[in-house]
Design a binder for this molecule. Structure first.
Ligand code: ZN
Length: 276
């Protein structure tokens, strides 16, 4: 298995707070510093949400712009991926940063339950977000929380709403959505390759399952995501000291399975992105 493995660091998210783990970066300055350490540890994609000073989620394009500028300066070739999913119910405000032309953005193509609410992705909003991504040449990373989302992504790829090679992330272990299940994971891979033979995939697990999905993905030839957005602990008794520590665990698994960790330049080539 020699395909380089792309490691994505999900630095902040919209949920974890400093009360859960003081290492969660909230201000743009903290986000840049935390991302830089993760970049040095092997991350080539930064998946980012932005927050207000009181830690509540924000969709302020100015905050995204400040983060983008800092990341370009300190992690020059890193792939920047903004989340359009962090503020369920916020409607088109969720895509207000797409005119900044980040390399990538997350795109959810269907609704499902989250731990305490409905994660709303009505068809009209999905089409609008996909359209903005085409307009601003932003590559979507499809977030598949359910099998039906893989079918939807393949349909949108076929009819041109999501042009080019699909990049799909299987998310497992979100409470009230798809649990971590090995047979379903294998079926996701099989189904995606049946519906969209040239598609690429990555996977993310929530909480203690982060390391499980990291290992399954690396061993199966996919790409993977780690970081404090999805998991704030190294184990039951130990908080993760940083995003970099979680990326380091994934990089160690790459070594175990003889997968080189993709450099940002290799990741850009694999994903068909413009050079930095
Ligand atoms: Zn996110």
């Amino acid at each position: 298995m020699t395909t380089p493995c792309i490691l994505c660091v999900a630095i902040t998210g919209s949920v974890p707070t400093k009360a859960a783990n003081p290492a969660v970066p909230i201000s743009v300055e903290e986000q840049i510093e935390s991302t830089h350490a993760a970049y040095e540890a092997g991350a080539s994609i930064c998946h980012a949400h932005v927050r207000n000073a009181d830690e509540t989620p924000s969709s302020d394009p100015e905050k995204f712009a400040a983060l983008q500028e800092g990341l370009k300066k300190h992690c020059p070739d890193m792939i920047i991926q903004f989340s359009t999913g962090g503020r369920s119910g916020a409607g088109e405000a969720r895509g207000g940063m797409l005119p900044l032309r980040p390399d990538m953005a997350s795109l959810s193509v269907g609704s499902n339950n989250f731990p305490t609410r409905v994660y709303e992705n009505p068809p009209q909003l999905v089409d609008w977000l996909a359209g903005e991504m085409r307009t601003y040449e932003v590559k979507p990373e499809i977030e598949a929380f359910d099998l039906s989302h893989i079918f939807k992504a393949a349909e949108m790829n076929k009819d041109g709403r999501i042009p080019g090679q699909l990049y799909v992330q299987f998310v497992m272990g979100v409470k009230n959505a798809m649990p971590v299940d090995r047979e379903v994971f294998d079926f996701y891979i099989k189904t995606l390759s049946r519906l969209a033979p040239d598609a690429l995939w990555c996977a993310a697990g929530i909480g203690p399952n982060q390391i499980v999905l990291n290992e399954w993905s690396i061993a199966a030839g996919g790409h993977t995501r780690a970081g404090l957005e999805d998991n704030v602990r190294l184990d039951k008794d130990t908080l993760a000291p940083s995003n970099a520590a979680l990326i380091k665990r994934a990089a160690d698994l790459c070594e175990k399975y003889e997968r080189p960790v993709a450099t940002p330049a290799q990741a850009r080539e694999i994903l068909g992105l413009r050079p930095a």
